[in-house]
Design a protein around this ligand. Structure first.
Ligand code: IMP
Ligand code: MG
Length: 178
């Protein structure tokens, strides 16, 4: 896999440092609340697992799976819920975990959907943000690392379902996806 990577953007050490800092802030901000961490499958699983391990207050976890209609490189704006939450979110303080916010379309759709369900609060935590590609305005409470407009893989991020298991985040060589 390594030979398909143009450049390592964030090492395992850098990622863990960022994740721990984010978990510390979340633990402080959600003290005394009803925290429910919601991972968005599949990209966020590795980040979500590391984040949860470093959260020091009581919390519940759940997962959603979504898929956007249309081709795979551009989000269409219509999101299909493939797996919904297992339990009611009434009175819970939801924290949606994403791997990367790109156009922001997937998350803004998800937010709208969840806001109809009487949660106490709904916020977003993402490890990566690609501000150059944002198409909709989206309030992201916790964003770890800003990234350039390149195609990234590793630490949960995939290209055609591969590379998710790389422990670092790298830029995929163009000849692989073009
Ligand atoms: P958005 O709706 O455009 O913000 O789409 C976000 C989703 O697109 C993320 O959850 C990722 O699954 C995927 N994505 C965006 N950029 C990348 C990337 O550089 N590498 C891999 N997946 C990406
Ligand atoms: Mg994703």
């Amino acid at each position: 896999m390594k030979r398909d990577i143009k450049e390592v953007l964030f090492s395992e050490e850098k990622i863990m440092e960022t994740v721990k800092e984010m978990a510390k802030n979340i633990s402080r901000d959600y003290e005394g609340k009803n925290l429910l961490v919601v991972g968005v499958l599949k990209g966020s699983v590795i980040f979500a697992a590391d984040l949860i391990k470093n959260i020091t207050i009581p919390c519940e976890i759940d997962f959603m799976a979504v898929s956007s209609y249309g081709n795979s490189s551009e989000t269409s704006g219509v999101v299909r819920i493939l797996k919904d939450l297992d339990h009611s979110i009434e009175g819970k303080d939801l924290l949606i975990v994403e791997d990367i916010v790109d156009s922001g379309i997937t998350l803004s759709y998800l937010l709208q959907y969840l806001k109809t369900r009487k949660a106490n609060s709904v916020e977003i935590v993402t490890l990566l943000t690609k501000p150059a590609r944002r198409k909709v305005e989206l309030e992201v409470k916790y964003a770890g690392l800003e990234v350039p407009d390149e195609f990234l893989v590793g630490y949960g991020l995939d290209f055609a379902e591969k590379y998710r298991n790389l422990p670092y985040i790298g830029i995929l060589k163009e000849e692989i996806y073009k």
